[in-house]
Design a protein around this ligand. Structure first.
Ligand code: ASP
Length: 328
């Protein structure tokens, strides 16, 4: 059964209390370049944020740009061979190829993305080059690889021994059920720097053992990530097909534009998706985090188990369990 998610219900109030956000009422956090005192802010999906956020944070603490911070933060996870759902060490598709998706968006609406990219360890940095050096937003597959090589990114084998062994185990019965790993997934990272610029990045190896050529939400601007500096930003993790279907991250930003808090916007979108598709969401997970201009944050998932990492000046780097609509 869905849990109650009425705005202001107990779960939500308690949740906000655990975040210390009850103190961040809009009046005290209302934006003007001089009135924000609680910047910077970094929020990212899953516990991999505990590695990514401090790197982003160091850049922001030195008055750096949120775009540099989000890129540097997620690169740490792309580099980590132990993280089997992002970058180097990511689980392959069902043909044994590691294929990567990523996108990045800055405070002025500039964005770049790569999808179905192979052999390049840092798809987020290729996405940034697409944004900065081409007239396009997205490059895919062979074209993305060629562009990356022309930009000097080294060609590497991204399939680690650990990922290869997991693939071999999966091959024994090759049951085609692309899965989201329960505790480690795509990293989406949002940051607001001391100048109030909001930027975001999202990077993944996608669903484990997916069909060759499958692309999820993570490189799709509006689905896996969206930033509108006047309002806020959102990013996603979980079964990407669902986030694409509801244009999730853009919808959350739109709801914030209409006055909802980040928490209300995440809750409302997942509730709508559930009402719309409840018979088809068996075994699927859908998770969002969001940040608004006032420095408020939100996180919500369809099912329990989603956690995210929040970094604030007063709270340090904290791993927090997100509330969920369903109880299993
Ligand atoms: N959203 C990603 C995808 O569908 C997977 C994930 O978050 O783990 O490719």
């Amino acid at each position: 059964m869905p849990r109650s998610i009425l705005p202001g219900d107990l779960n939500r109030r308690e949740f906000l209390k655990t975040l210390g956000l009850t103190a961040l009422a809009p009046t005290t956090m209302g934006f003007s370049s001089s009135s924000i005192t609680k910047l910077p802010i970094v929020i990212s999906t899953w516990s991999s944020g505990l590695k990514a956020n401090p790197v982003a944070w160091n850049i922001l603490q030195n008055d750096g740009w949120a775009l540099d911070a989000v890129e540097a933060g997620v690169r740490v996870v792309e580099d980590d061979p132990e993280d089997m759902s992002v970058g180097y060490g990511g689980l392959p598709d069902r043909d044994g190829h590691v294929t990567l998706d990523a996108c990045i968006m800055d405070h002025e609406g500039n964005c770049g993305a790569v999808a179905f990219l192979q052999h390049i360890r840092h798809p987020i940095s290729v996405a940034r080059r697409v944004m900065e050096k081409t007239p396009h937003v997205m490059l895919v597959g062979e074209g993305a690889l060629r562009f990356a090589l022309s930009e000097g990114f080294p060609k590497e084998n991204l399939l680690t021994e650990k990922a290869r062994e997991a693939y071999q185990r999966w091959l024994r019965d090759s049951h085609y059920k692309p899965s989201v790993r329960p505790t480690h997934d795509t990293i989406g990272l949002l940051a607001m720097d001391r100048q109030g610029r909001i930027c975001g990045a999202c990077t993944t190896s996608g669903l484990a053992f997916k069909m060759h050529g499958r692309v999820g939400d993570s490189p799709i601007i509006g689905a896996g990530l969206y930033v509108d500096n006047a309002i806020g930003a959102a990013t996603a993790t979980g079964h990407g097909e669902e986030m694409i279907r509801c244009a999730g991250s853009a919808m959350i930003v739109e709801q914030m534009r209409q006055g909802r808090s980040p928490q209300e916007a995440c809750e409302n979108l997942i509730k709508r998706l559930y009402d719309w598709r409840k018979n088809r969401l068996e075994g699927r997970q859908v998770c969002f985090i969001a940040l608004n201009r006032q420095g408020q944050t939100g996180a919500f998932s369809l099912r329990p188990g989603f956690e995210y990492t929040l970094s604030t000046p007063e709270g340090g780097h904290r791993l927090i369990n997100a509330p969920s609509l369903l109880d299993k």
